[in-house]
Design a protein around this ligand. Sequence first.
Ligand code: C2E
Ligand code: MG
Ligand code: MG
Length: 758
Amino acid sequence: MIVKVKSSLFQELSQRISNLQLQVLRGDDEQDAFNRMLELFLEIGESRFGFVAEVAESSPGKEALRIRAITNLATTQELQAMYMELISGDLFFEAGPNLIGELLRTRQTVIANDVMTDARKNTLPAGHPSIDRFMGIPLMRGNAMLGVVGLANRKTHYDDELIKVLEPLLVTCTTLLEVYRERRQRHAHELALAESRQDVDLMAAAFRSAQDGILITDQKGKILEVNNSFCRDSGYSRELLIGQNPRMLRSGKQSPDFYRLMWQTLSKKGQWVGELWNRRRSGEEYAVRLTIRAIAGDSNDILRYVGVSTDITNIKKHEEKLAWLVFHDEKTGLPNLRYITKQLSEQIRSLKPNEKLCVAYLDIDEFKLINERYGMDCGDRILKLAGEALQQELSPNDLFGRLTGDEFIAVLKNTSEQNFDLQLAAISNAVNTIQSEDFFQALTVSIGATVYPQYKSLDAEQLIRQADQAMYHAKLMGGNLIQYFDHSDERTQAFRHQQVIEIRQALNNEAFVLYYQPKVNMHTHEVVGAEALIRWQHPERGLLTPGAFLPMIENDPVIESIGAWVLHTALCQLSVWSKKGQRIPVSINISPRELHNPEFISNIANALAMHPDVEPNLLQLEVLETSALEDIERVSKVINQCRKFGIEFAIDDFGTGYSSLTYLKHLPVNVIKIDQSFVRNLTHDPSDQAILKSIVDLAKVLGRDVIAEGVETQAHVELLKTLGCHLGQGYAIGHPMSIGGYEKWLMQWQEENYMHGK
Ligand code: C2E
Ligand code: MG
Ligand code: MG
């Protein structure tokens, strides 16, 4: 069986960071993004409490923090109210002679691993849980401090090591603050413009002092006025702009249709809002978010157009970077798992009939040791070299990317599987020859591969999982190996899984039935009981004997459901017979899994309790010799316990296990059932006769009954009798039969033997 153990925390972390970045890109709920950010900080920072705060924009010089997300510590109503206030963004952490104040002043990380005795400790509101360790990290973009992350009450000390671990989160959090701040500013400007529409004085003031660029044209588009911000953004002086058409700023990035639509909207709605790329005087492209309004005169004719633009080039670049990060690995610049999965899905979809895909999962051997021995920097270099070496062996049409750590993935396309073998061998060789000036050992790689198409259709994720499992196998086999995914294993597993589902359905649909096979005393012809044998009335395959479905599921919990059903059904039958005054002992077969279930005894007791009219000693349980010997001490206890209820036990298929006659002494069973393999050749195999004779003799010594299974012929009957074995079960006596068949057989048997006077 293949076991999957690789589920690295790192992979999960990158995934969650990427999700957050996506959330920001899509402009989803801001508060939720910060809450999730904080969650990640607490998890990776192993801290009980924490907060993410933004440096308040409104207080230049007098730094203060506005909370964006904070652990809810509210144990009292007052604290709950304070928490509500905090998250609504109205409460500030002021700079002062305390830990947070120091951080705001110095813009350096502050660590206090014993806050209680620290002179800089912050005063906490009443009821606030005590803080014993604290770490505050400033979120810097260049020289500007955008925010602070505070973590508290880690079990171990806060240190620089942790800051390194948190680095990807810190970068993402800074970007988060920046993007939202810019969005807010933009929004505020738009609002300001809307409000000042009718207020000319305000308009003029806004015009002069606005951070946004403002441009006013006449109805034909001739520029009449621009403000300083517009000149700053475009790079043109006021003089150069006045009298021109804004067309002069076009970058060519938007199509003529784009502008046509813009003018259409303007003339219809009097306003257009959107984003576009312009070109500065220096030739550089810049992105703006632009609102154009048409200003109408008294007679409703358009007099002026006013455009207000915010330079969003930085945001756009961030967004582009974020979008790139979503599909790439920053360390190597290679595509990441998300990208490969997306592309692989596409390749699967468009695969031509003669083409095959090979997904290869590569993991550098002993990479952890390399990191430990030569340092992380060397490790990173090796990763880069490995990435390059691997890529060289691939054709431009092949996909190649890095997953996490030392794991890479390649997707090859070809028309023959032999070519995959060659390509993978070449890849493995390429890794062997990697050299670096600070690294002196041969590098090897374990490769797990899987080929598509397969006997069933699979998606990209399933294929990658197969390759991962194969890689794990290659590692288990010592590494430096190419291992293909083992489909046979998967196929049986899939089949087994299907079988379990079908069996559950069959139980619900009452598709199982018990057949009964008589057991008789061959000497006196007395019927001593019947063995209940399960059958499956399969809607397509007909009546199935247990060999066709039980072995598949012997380790699955469903076998216990079957056991419960058999026990219940047999007890019902006993109950029916007992009402008719018939005392026919019935034996049922117990699977090893049931026998070893700690609840076995109570299950039996409960079942008996539900059928109070059944004499427990009419029920016999057959346990396999092999399963009884697995844990002879425990099984003996179980048997003794059940025998206290009055139930009998038989050892089934005796002789097929360890055949240890001495063990038998320790098993408190009533009956030994000699396996049919000893009976089959009895008439012409003297050694079988000898074995059978010794089992019979031993059973006598131990005071156990003995019965032969598989009594197929009259010759068997006679020989068994001479060997001292009087009880028998087999086709010579009666086949397993449906309940109706069995009752008919019983009548006939009794009649015949009655007629014979026995
Ligand atoms: P078993 O308990 O040893 O049952 C005897 C098997 O030998 C039965 O096969 C029976 O049909 C077959 N048999 C009886 N007389 C003769 C004969 O003269 N010649 C030959 N060649 N075979 C004979 P069946 O019904 O296919 O069951 C096979 C095995 O499946 C059983 O072996 C038992 O271990 C297991 N089984 C049957 N029913 C159940 C059940 O309800 N639960 C569990 N856990 N196992 C069951
Ligand atoms: Mg049996
Ligand atoms: Mg048997």
